[in-house]
Design a protein around this ligand. Structure first.
Ligand code: NAD
Length: 471
């Protein structure tokens, strides 16, 4: 493969690591070992198409690091998938898990195909064959390697994978933990589908709580009324846009594969998503102006830019023209290394991918724990919480002789159910990680950006594990 002008995705990740190593006190050779992908397998397999013909598919799965097990990372379906991309994404998973204290190594998988070109039946046969190949080679299992959804895959594909695993390993009582992002009625956890987008929203909320960071970007006030451009209205982009709009932010541009929709008054995200579901793209959507050249709108004037589609979108070709004051990398690798330097020089703050989109793996971790413990979160304690809260409310009412307003009483007495516990755990994780990054950023005079600070936090944790167990 010839390297693109801005370097390959993996080269960009490696350059980011090289820039960070000076802030770590690592023994010689350790940085290289932490950075190098452990194992990458390539599988090729034939599948019968609906018309009776046979087609051979190519997929990869990389285990970047097994310093903690299982290794964790999504499976992507896209026509551009290649080995370099899978290894880069697996490396980002290692740093992401360490950053948000999810006890996993990093992994990633990819299958080269365009899901839009296949029927549901074909996709099921393809997914089952891919899963079978990975399971047989030890690249899927609850204790060693646990995939999840990524671009082009979702609950449906995860359900096929878990079913394939159960058929091949019927003796494994923990089979549900072999993959996360499953439908709730097949061992999934409530709140997983929305988790990455919700995590993006929690990160932006936390940013606005930190007034010094807000001031550094030149932004003022809070999230309400902020103009946001989102690239990609898939799982991550849609949920991020939806929750940010619920917080009164204004989504003024949505960029999709077939063009962009612009509406300065704010785009109705639900209506646009519905339109895409029916028509396959944004073209013709009546709630805004359509432009065919979508990518051009990454440089549209706005407060916050959220790339939530593909890697390599902000490059030397457009970095100098980005007008947002804050860029939140909901996608993996949307800014190339060189473009990142340009944004830094221009004073544009970037919240890096392996933090901004860590909500997905965080809630995947909750799902995996649920699968291993074989019990839904809150099942044992919800009614107990309610019983105790009712006793306190009764005591207060008896002591004061006044009745607490019924809406407030209901809020106080509501026990924790699975969804509220998942959201609480996710919010806490994102806020804690933000503060860890910020502390490292302030403690090291030489560190200029949150990306380097976040990587210092991650690599220190990984190195600490290696200090205990060896390289
Ligand atoms: P998805 O397949 O659900 O959505 C991707 C969206 O991008 C689709 O709507 C697609 O039409 C659009 N798109 C494709 N090409 C485009 C282009 N050239 N310009 C604009 N839009 C384009 O995928 P997703 O799960 O939302 O993943 C998006 C990004 O987020 C990826 O980088 C992925 O690795 C990352 N991510 C996803 C998760 C997750 O939980 N799904 C977790 C962490 C990171």
């Amino acid at each position: 493969m010839t390297a693109p002008k801005n370097g390959t995705f993996l080269q960009n990740v490696e350059r980011m690591v090289a820039k960070t190593v000076q802030y770590l006190d690592l023994p010689p050779g350790w940085a290289e070992e932490i950075q190098a992908p452990d194992t990458t397998i390539k599988v090729q397999f034939p599948v019968e198409m609906d018309d009776g013909s046979w087609k051979t598919f190519t997929g990869w799965r990389c285990t970047h690091s097994e310093h903690r097990l299982p290794a964790k990372g999504g499976i992507r379906y896209a026509s551009i998938v290649n080995e370099d991309e899978v290894e880069a994404l697996a490396a980002l998973m290692t740093y992401k898990c360490a950053l948000v204290n999810v006890p996993y190594g990093g992994s990633k998988g990819g299958l080269r195909l365009n899901p839009r070109e296949h029927s549901e039946g074909e996709l099921e046969r393809i997914t089952r064959r891919f899963a079978q190949a990975l399971i047989n080679k030890g690249f899927i299992g609850p204790s060693d390697n646990v995939p999840a959804p990524d671009m082009g895959t979702g609950e449906r594909e995860m359900a096929w994978i878990v079913d394939t695993y159960q058929m091949l390993r019927p003796e494994d009582i923990n089979y549900l933990g072999c993959v996360t992002g499953k439908p709730v009625d097949m061992g999934g956890v409530r709140g997983r589908t929305e988790a990455t987008g919700r995590g993006v929203m929690y990160v932006i909320r936390e940013f606005f709580r930190n007034r010094d960071d807000v001031a550094r970007t030149g932004l003022t006030g809070d999230l309400a009324g902020k103009k946001i451009v989102v690239q990609g209205l898939g799982n991550v982009g849609y949920h991020a846009a939806k929750f940010l709009a619920e917080d009164d932010a204004r989504i003024i541009v949505v960029i999709e594969w077939d063009g962009a929709i612009i509406n300065e008054d704010g785009i109705d995200i639900e209506a646009l998503r519905e339109w895409i579901n029916v028509h396959g793209g944004v073209k013709g959507f009546p709630g805004g102006t359509y432009h065919e050249e979508g990518t051009r709108f990454l440089t549209y004037p706005c407060d916050i830019l959220i790339p939530a589609a593909l890697e390599g979108q902000i490059t030397l070709a457009n970095a100098a023209d980005i007008q947002a004051k804050l860029v939140v990398e909901a996608a993996n690798g949307p800014i190339t290394y060189e473009a990142d330097r340009v944004l830094l020089e221009r004073g544009i703050m970037v919240i890096p991918d392996f933090f901004a989109n860590a909500g997905g793996v965080t809630v995947s971790y909750f799902e995996w724990i649920k699968n291993l413990s074989h019990i839904r979160f809150g099942r044992m304690q919800r009614r107990l919480d309610e019983f105790r809260a009712k006793a306190i409310v009764d005591a207060i009412e008896a002591a004061t002789g006044k009745e607490i307003e019924s809406k407030l009483k209901h809020r106080i007495m509501q026990g924790s159910d699975e969804l509220s516990m998942v959201r609480s755990g996710l919010d806490d994780t994102m806020r804690e990680a933000y503060q860890e990054i910020k502390q490292t950023f302030h403690e090291n005079a030489g560190i200029e950006d949150f990306r380097t600070a976040a990587l210092v936090v991650s690599m220190k944790k990984i190195a600490n594990t290696h200090k205990r167990i060896g390289l």
